[in-house]
Design a protein around this ligand. Structure first.
Ligand code: ADP
Length: 402
């Protein structure tokens, strides 16, 4: 039964993830993925209670992709409008300086999200299409936008401000916004629950390490710093993104190598990070290469871990001491080496990972710090879809009460 579920839609630059989830029980009823939008070998996979639908073929654009998905969902189960869906939660990448919390979508909100496309040209337009198609398919259900930037709205000015001409910054809405906020908020909340503490009592560092990667410093439940900035390019080394680079590199490539803005964009977003250094962006492939003695792969790993340690150190000081350091995301949840190496040799700072706990196979929330460690080191699987579903339900319920 899908009664009482929330449909969560996450439209990325070339993919759409979707899930039907029960916000109260966290049960995932069905989920799927549209990938390689705009390419000849587009792909839709939909896992539901009674099986898996798998289709390959060209998917022209996001609109077609999502329309096909909704048609498959309706074919497999009940017609969409009778499927008991109580709300649709849309992940929206950039809320800019406009949206700071989950927001009921109406035409004005949609226009404002569309206006923010200048700040997230790959993502917000895809989000807008997702919202348009879903509103057409489910016009009687509340649609709620949940913003990736919202959790970082609380960054103090000193952490959010770039040291550039203030007029230029103001005119172009340049500041540090932060991303992956839904994950950082969800995970830091779970940390408090896991430790049986009030979030207000805790200083936390959250390390979200997936294809994209970001770290945050969370004090008393509020973010005080994060590694991503105006765009999700800043900060940690990622699968294909460089993270921090000297901005002078951009100038140098433009002036001396004659590269265009689009070429530099492609270089830093899609041909850098682990992929740029080693040829592969998937962490499992990187580890396999390291296993064969590949020196480039080893360097890529070392640069990745070095950057991570640098930010852990920075946030330890920014927070004035830390109670919990938490790993999440595909790499953070699964990779023993990154967890060990990023915190190795920090005993004198009260941070000790227990090798046995770190290596124990588990998919659940768990502690991996030694009993003697002053700082809790945890692994908490993130669940952005569930967080979005819960936020959407809360907003939808408030609307119904009005
Ligand atoms: P996204 O940012 O797309 O949501 P994920 O959080 O799913 O990404 O993380 C994807 C990354 O996690 C990939 O680099 C993948 O190799 C890595 N990963 C997944 N499982 C493992 C594993 N068992 N060991 C090491 N890395 C893993």
């Amino acid at each position: 039964m899908s009664d009482g579920t929330v449909l969560v839609i996450n439209s990325g630059s070339s993919s759409i993830k979707f899930e039907l989830v029960h916000p109260d029980t966290a049960e995932s009823v069905a989920h799927g993925l549209v990938e390689r939008i705009g390419e000849p070998d587009g792909h839709i996979v939909y896992n539901h209670r009674t099986g898996t639908e798998d289709r390959t073929g060209p998917i022209a654009d996001h609109r077609t992709g999502l329309e096909q998905v909704l048609a498959i969902v309706a074919q497999v189960g009940r017609p969409l409008r009778e499927a008991g869906i109580i709300a649709v939660g849309h992940r929206v990448v950039h809320g800019g300086d406009v949206f700071f919390e989950p927001t009921l979508i109406d035409d004005a909100v949609l226009a404002a999200i569309s206006d923010l496309a200048a700040l997230a040209p790959l993502h917000n337009p895809a989000n807008v299409i997702g919202i348009e198609v879903a509103r057409e398919a489910l016009p009687d259900v509340p649609h709620v936008a949940v913003f990736d930037t919202a959790f970082f709205h609380t960054l103090p000015a000193a952490a959010a401000t770039y040291a550039i001409d203030r007029e230029v910054a103001k005119e172009n809405r340049i500041r540090r916004y932060g991303f992956h906020g839904t994950s950082h908020e969800y995970v830091s909340g779970r940390v408090a629950a896991f430790l049986g503490k009030d979030p207000a009592e805790l200083n936390q560092i959250v390390l979200h390490l997936g294809n994209g990667a970001s770290a945050s410093a969370v004090k008393g439940g509020k973010a005080i710093d994060t590694t991503m900035g105006l765009t999700p390019l800043e900060g940690l080394v990622m699968g294909t993104r460089s993270g921090d680079v000297d901005p002078g590199i951009v100038l140098h490539l433009s002036r001396s190598a004659g590269m265009s803005v689009d070429q530099i964009d492609d270089l830093l977003n899609r041909r850098s990070g682990l992929k740029g250094l080693s040829g592969v962006n998937d962490f499992r492939e990187l580890l396999a290469l390291i296993g064969t003695g590949d020196a480039d792969a080893q360097l890529a790993y070392d640069v990745y871990v070095h950057r991570l340690r640098k930010y852990i150190g920075a946030y330890l000081v920014a927070l004035g001491g830390v109670d919990a350091i938490t790993f999440t995301g595909g790499v953070g949840e699964n990779n023993v080496d990154v967890r060990r190496d990023s915190l190795a040799g920090l005993g004198r700072l009260g941070i000790e990972v227990d090798a046995g706990l770190n290596e124990a196979k588990s998919r659940g929330e768990r502690r991996i710090s030694a009993a003697s460690s002053g700082v809790e080191v945890l692994v908490i699987p993130t669940n952005e879809e569930l967080a979005i579903a819960r936020a959407a339900k809360t907003v939808a319920s408030a609307v119904r009460l009005c």
